[in-house]
Design a protein around this ligand. Structure first.
Ligand code: CP3
Length: 323
């Protein structure tokens, strides 16, 4: 996740001339940026270069990435009329450029490295649409959820249908695994997750799992939600660094693969400590039905490429031993 980005000089070079949205909308540039970390890190999978927010624009909620601020949605949606106006699009009509990028990347990777596609989950998308950008406490989002449950569920249904179609379209275009990012759902209690979120995520994942590719269900701050996320679906459950990986594995039970879970800030630790923590995670992961090593959240722009390369190397070296 976020393996491409501003910590890489080649990416910054492209970003000098193009906005993030321009890169996403040009399949050739998206191809180039997708391949940059594959070449530099020798990771085991490529991650499509796109953004979870891309569906908002064709649905009727344009946005931009403002320098230093993150995403800004021009007209946040906060009432029933706003939800009614959102369009449930067909991926080929509004997001054809992403599907074209998937086809190009697959051709270029030529079976050597698998490609992971992705989409945002309904809660995380709704949080941006309602708040108008990033948020610390999701106050407006929760207000709609608690006080206008019909509007809330109508919004969740629209996102769930768009995301379901979009993930299927990415798989049809060649994605060999897909990831559903519910990055901010950890802000909810288990009770609220069950009532307001789970049915909608389940609707997406039950359908996408029929396509027979691995489905990664990701969140952060989800220590109290892991079992519910498993119930909602996915063949791989993302675990962040706040939960020891072996504990997460025993809570999730047999047959579940996990993804995780290095604290991204450990990238700023010395090599000795970092390598120790990487090895510990690889060891804890051996008890699971499968383990995708990653950072519990994204790479920061200040991180050194050399450290990220070292982590990839240590995972490979230690992962092989005793495997
Ligand atoms: O290599 C990759 O991982 C592929 C591309 C990717 C991006 N966004 C490109 C991007 C992926 C997988 C995402 C997912 C994404 N986008 C998530 C879910 C994962 C997570 O981190 O929780 C979320 C919540 C977003 C929304 C988003 N996009 C935010 C909040 C920001 C601003 C962050 C910041 O640091 O400014 C973005 C911008 C963004 N999307 C960047 C990249 C590489 C930052 C770099 C840039 O501005 O060029």
């Amino acid at each position: 996740m976020r393996q491409a980005g501003r910590y890489m000089a080649e990416y910054r070079e492209i970003r000098k001339k193009r906005t993030l949205l321009e890169i996403c909308k040009s399949p050739e540039l998206a191809l180039e940026v997708t391949l940059q970390p594959v070449r530099a890190l020798e990771v085991d999978a490529a991650i499509l270069f796109a953004d979870i927010l891309l569906p908002l624009e064709p649905m009727g909620a344009p946005f931009e990435f403002a320098a230093g601020e993150g995403p800004v949605i021009h007209h946040p949606v906060r009432d029933r009329a706003g939800v009614e106006r959102l369009r449930v699009i067909e991926p080929e009509e509004g997001l054809g450029y992403v599907l074209e990028a998937v086809r190009l990347i697959r051709k270029e990777l030529d079976g050597k490295t698998p490609l992971i596609g992705f989409a945002g989950a309904p809660f995380t998308l709704a949080s941006y649409l309602i708040e108008g950008g990033k948020s610390t406490n999701y106050a407006l989002t929760k207000c709609m959820m608690y006080n206008e449950p019909e509007t809330w569920h109508a919004l969740m249904q629209k996102f769930a249908e768009v995301v379901r179609r979009y993930l299927h379209a990415q798989i049809d275009a060649g994605a060999q695994a897909v990831q559903l990012f519910d990055s901010w759902v950890g802000a909810l209690s288990p009770e609220d997750y069950r009532e307001y979120i789970l049915p909608h995520v389940k609707y997406i994942l039950e359908s996408v799992e029929k396509a027979n590719v691995p489905v990664i269900h990701f969140g952060t701050g989800t220590g109290s939600l892991l079992e519910l996320q498993k119930e909602a679906g996915g063949s791989v459950i993302g675990v962040d660094w706040r939960v020891p990986l072996d504990q997460a594995i025993s809570r999730l039970g047999p047959g579940v693969a996990v993804q995780g879970n290095l604290d991204p800030l450990l990238m700023f630790a010395n090599d000795e400590l970092l390598e120790k923590r990487v090895k510990s995670i690889v060891d804890r992961g051996r008890q699971a039905a499968g383990h995708i090593f990653n950072l519990g959240h994204g790479i920061l722009p200040e991180m050194s490429l050399e450290k990220v390369q070292s982590v990839a190397r240590w995972v490979h070296e230690h992962g092989k031993r005793g495997a």
